[in-house]
Design a protein. Sequence first.
Length: 304
Amino acid sequence: MSVSKIIPTKDFDIKVVKEPYPWWLGGVAATIAASVTHPLDLTKVRLQASGDKRMISSIQRTVATAGVRGLFDGISGTWLRQMSYSLCRFWAYDESKKLIGATGKDVPAHKLALAGCMAGGIAGLVGNPGEIVMVRMQGDFAKAPEKRFNYKHSIDALVRMVHEEGYSSLMRGAVPNVIRAILMNASQLASYDFFKSELLKTSYFEDNIQCHFVASFGAGTVATTVCSPADVLKSRIMNASGPGSNSTMGVIRQSMKNEGAMFMFKGWVPAWTRLQPTTILIFLTLEQLKNGVDWARSRGASWL
């Protein structure tokens, strides 16, 4: 049961308005989901850095050298990233929907996408320091000992970055990070709302975990597809060498000439495999937290 406000209108009708959920709820949901998937993300980073080809052998090596706790190395960096980037993006998405009139039922997909773009732009900038800290802490143990940062935790990482590299280090890579955040939120958040709304119009779904699972599954697929071209281009530009190799248009022209337009979706399957569980976990957790808030409010928890 949810808690609502009863507002009399000028025509003396009764209008029931549901209380908004706490602004920090999305950040908590994303943090919980990221904590569950952290061992997989950590293994992915170490596979890329070490050159190992097998995920299972990489996990076994981590457990053998550092114990089970080694699978959660750098988790404070993950928490910092989620409680800055994800907290901000869910809050900004809700506020953006109010700003452009994208609340209620039957909201057009383009309005939801616009709200997602606005949220992604803000969150990508706010969450950039956390993104850097997370990547550095996850990849640290895959480096040679003399090349490691050896951050104690995420706050230590931020303090040392400012002290050793200056404040500008906190915005390193901000432009591509913001672009990706815009694409991710315009596709992931907006498509989840759209799919959920469409599913609830049918006679097959109610507002329950089955509906949330299917909607989040669709959202993960859309987000992977939309973000794939940006990921491929970013990877190719970073790994290219020679004259004109740092030109985005140059890389696009050369890739189109050699491979055709479908080059933009190379690596789609592994990207989908990585993003899909996280997307499903985030939205399932968020919906359960909302149910928890409704339950608490119905029993007098006015602080929520």
